[in-house]
Design a protein around this ligand. Structure first.
Ligand SMILES: [Zn+2]
Length: 391
């Protein structure tokens, strides 16, 4: 099978001569007559539901990628859509005024050349496949089935590698996607995912580019070395290694690039860091901390942001008990069952809230040693609890 990767064909090209049959719900032809959009073996157009079709156009309007499209070459300058029919039909309908999309105010509007003309110049990412041998078409279709149905469609990084193929990606893959790399184990402690499916490379690119991976690949596509990418990645890992003496499963998959950027200039004593980590994980095992993975950042930040840990919430049983006690007392005294309302200067000083109008609050904040027990629980009206803010 021969394949050709094209990024020069635009939305406008494909929409030339686009014809959509409303009656049959089919987008039939495009690309100036060279393309059959819905060949017989394709499933029907199922995006015409005002949601999926609009989402395709929305993605294009927001300049998001809409994914790879596969064409099958069936003759001299003749093609059929193998995969992408739903997407092509959606934008084709929009461009030909047969599909309205909602603007930011939620108002439906049609394709307007003055407003959306640029859309026609948007390039698509298209693989053109051509079968070889005795039954070329059968070969292609069999292959298509394996990639699309049984198999795994290309993930984001694989797609980017294809789109920006060149010396940079080649060298980068040799380092970060190489199963015989001796750093593999070490990396796996910090980065989740399958190296063969580009998980490490994806993360390395995300860190060095501060999230602008595509821009970064575009800029470096023809570089023959990856010094910056590699140095940055190594620095992040080395820093994490130096601050945390022991590796824990929860470290894997954290946003180490961001943590490095935020905290790497601060001094740490690894012994003390480890002590605090251990103590906090013990708390987590006791159920006091919900967000275990954030313990690392909590310690890096000098334990100043307890919100990171999502301290355990009070059980409904405790909340009910405290609610009853507070409400009974409030009725006797003729004051509000929200202790903060009771001492306030507003109209709510005698208001009795329903259970559902109140929330359980830590009297002594967890960050100051207060625990999640009945003795440390008070019910506050929602307004006061949210105003109090901390846990
Ligand atoms: Zn209140």
């Amino acid at each position: 099978m021969k394949t050709q990767f094209r990024t020069d064909i635009t939305v406008g090209d494909i929409c030339q001569g686009f014809y959509y049959n409303t009656h049959e719900g089919k987008g039939l032809n495009g690309w100036g007559g060279k393309l059959v959009i819905q060949p017989e073996y394709q499933r029907n157009y199922i995006y015409a539901n005002g949601k999926d079709d609009v989402a395709v156009v929305d993605s294009l309007l927001k300049k998001y990628p809409i994914g790879l499209i596969y064409f099958l070459k069936v003759g001299e300058d003749k093609y059929e859509v193998l995969d992408g029919q739903q997407r092509i039909t959606s934008f084709g309908r929009f461009v030909t005024g047969q599909l309205d999309v909602l603007d930011t105010n939620g108002m439906p509007h049609k394709f307007d050349p003055a407003l959306h003309g640029w859309l026609l110049k948007t390039p698509l990412t298209i693989y053109i496949c051509e079968g070889e041998g005795d039954a070329p078409e059968a070969e292609i279709k069999a292959w298509f089935k394996t990639i699309n149905i049984a198999g795994k469609p290309l993930n984001e990084q694989e797609l980017l590698n294809a789109t920006y193929s060149g010396p940079f990606v080649t060298v980068a893959k040799a380092v970060f996607s190489n199963s015989s790399n001796s750093n593999r184990q070490k990396w796996a402690a910090y980065v989740k995912g399958d190296l063969k499916r580009q998980a490490i490379l994806a993360e390395a690119l995300r860190w060095v580019s501060k999230g602008n991976v595509e821009e970064y690949l575009k800029d470096h596509r023809y570089d023959t070395e990856i010094t910056e990418l590699q140095t940055y990645f190594d620095s992040v890992i080395a820093w994490a290694d130096s601050v945390f003496k022991e590796r824990r499963d929860e470290m894997c998959g954290l946003d180490w690039g961001r943590l490095y950027e935020t905290y790497h200039c601060r001094p740490y004593n690894p012994e003390q860091v480890q002590k605090r980590i251990d103590a906090l994980f013990a708390d987590a095992d006791d159920g006091k901390i919900k967000q275990k993975a954030n313990i690392f950042e909590y310690v890096l930040g000098g334990e100043s942001d307890p919100k990171l840990l999502k301290v355990r919430i009070f059980s409904p049983e405790i909340a009910r008990k405290v609610y009853k006690r507070q409400t009974d007392e409030a009725k006797v005294k003729g004051i509000s069952n929200c202790p903060l309302c009771a001492v306030g200067h507003v109209a709510n000083t005698t208001r009795l809230y329903d259970f559902t109008e109140m929330e359980a609050d830590h009297v002594t904040a967890w960050s100051r040693g207060g625990d999640t027990s009945e003795a440390n629980c008070q019910m506050l009206c929602r307004t006061h609890n949210r105003a109090k803010g901390n846990c």
